[in-house]
Design a protein around this ligand. Structure first.
Ligand SMILES: [Zn+2]
Length: 438
């Protein structure tokens, strides 16, 4: 018998790969943070000698969710925009109202800590972030044991963090250098949006992305006004501008991608671009409904993102999955659009692929890191269950997440965070609540 660190036995497993399957009474064998095997429980019991066994008799196991677009530190401003604000009123500024007085490494570390705690407890094991002070965000993610892709931010607007676009890039690149030996941390180029980044900065970003093999994470075609502004300033729409500047390709993660002509959907597909779909943010800011059905039909790979608190006050991929499915059905006038397995793939493997991490995470396959989420079905409000996949998208809430592992380490056990005490987290948040309220 082979000795391993951990055996997780589950009633159901949705591995995402191969697509569309739900296994019953299977187990995941894990050693040194990696998935060794996924096999029927009785075979696993005969084959492995685990140091630790977790039996989840009425649960579904699936890969941890990947939040493909966030501004995690802003979670300290949750509800701060409660009186509602038009997107363009703050999109043209690098700093939103309320942030300007407070943004600092401490703000970013504490805000990201709060965000990571919320995300982990809701089954999210990796997030793709765009914000200032990425080293402070990394501190928080590493403290809680979460995987993070951090943005090398670029904008032409000065802030407390950086003076100009070159300064943003050099600070982000330096953070990447400092953190190069952290296996849970990776980086993306993160030009904020077409409205806030100049051509010469985009050209430099295209070069850096190619040289360093980094994805490019950008808000794109989010509002009609963004497109009008681009036509006024550059004579072309933002996507065409990025094409001419050499940014399109499999490295590009277009966040929102709402206002698209049919030819632009074809272009995104032909270039192998990824889209981070953020349905709650698109609704809250009334930006529009992304043409998810058409994008998927053309073969564009879509992941799911929460966005930050200016557009969404929850970091909850269960809600994003539900809304993504319902909006796609409504906008395509077809109830069969975006079925449950397709949505689950968006929230997991597609996000990993967009980040260039699909060899490492995003599905429960031997050889990948053990980033896993378990959902408990021991609640009458989830009964009866005929299809666990359908339940995950349309019935389950994040409160039903019972266990979360990242790299094989338990971050949540029986709904409880293992890497920080709730009392400590609340004390940190209360401190900022008092400061922000003043
Ligand atoms: Zn955003």
């Amino acid at each position: 018998m082979l000795t391993i660190d951990l055996l997780i036995e589950a009633r159901w497993i949705i591995p995402i790969e191969p697509p569309g399957i739900t296994l019953e009474h299977h187990a995941v064998a894990i050693d040194a943070g990696r998935i060794v095997s996924l096999l029927p429980t009785e075979h696993a019991q005969a084959q492995f000698q685990p140091r630790h066994t977790v039996t989840l008799s009425n649960h579904v196991l699936l890969p941890g969710f990947i939040n493909l677009h966030s501004h995690a530190a802003m979670t300290l401003l949750r509800g701060y925009y409660a009186d509602d604000i038009k997107l363009m009123d703050w999109l043209n500024q690098p700093i939103c109202p309320g942030e300007d007085r407070h943004v600092s490494p401490a703000f970013v570390r504490d805000g990201t800590l709060l965000a990571c705690a919320e995300m982990l407890r809701g089954g999210i094991t990796c997030f793709n972030d765009m914000y200032y002070y990425p080293e402070a965000a990394a501190d928080a993610a590493l403290r809680l044991g979460m995987r993070a892709s951090l943005g090398i931010l670029a904008t032409e607007f000065p802030s407390a963090y950086a003076a100009d676009a070159d300064d943003y890039l050099s600070k982000g690149l330096s953070a990447r250098d400092t953190l190069r030996d952290e296996p849970l941390i990776s980086f993306c180029m993160a030009p904020h949006s077409p409205c806030t980044v100049a051509d010469k900065t985009f050209e430099r970003i295209a070069t850096l992305s190619a040289q360093l093999d980094l994805p490019i994470h950008i808000h794109l075609h989010e509002t009609r006004k963004e497109i009008e502004e681009s036509i006024r300033q550059h004579g072309i729409r933002p996507l065409e501008r990025l094409r001419r500047l050499g940014l399109l390709g499999p490295s590009l993660i277009a966040v929102h991608a709402i206002h698209l002509e049919p030819s632009e959907i074809v272009l995104l597909a032909e270039e192998g671009c990824h889209v981070a779909h953020c349905p709650t943010s698109n609704l809250q800011l009334t930006s529009g409904i992304a043409p998810v059905h058409d994008l998927a039909q053309r073969g564009v790979r879509l992941g799911l993102g929460s966005d930050g608190v200016a557009g969404n006050n929850r970091l909850d991929l269960f809600r994003e999955m539900n809304l993504a499915s319902l909006l796609a059905k409504l906008s395509s006038h077809d109830a069969t659009t975006l079925g449950a397995h397709a949505v689950l793939r968006m929230a997991t493997l597609n996000g990993a692929a967009a980040l260039g991490q699909d060899k490492r995470c995003g599905s429960l396959v031997a050889g990948k890191q053990a980033d896993i989420c378990a959902v408990s079905f021991e609640d009458f409000s989830l009964a009866p269950c005929f299809s666990p996949a359908y339940h995950l998208v349309h019935v389950v809430g994040r409160e039903h997440v019972s266990h979360v592992w990242v790299d094989g380490n338990a971050c949540v056990i029986e709904n409880k965070l293992q890497t920080i005490e709730t009392s400590e987290l609340l004390a940190i948040v209360n401190l900022w609540h008092n400061r922000l309220g003043s």
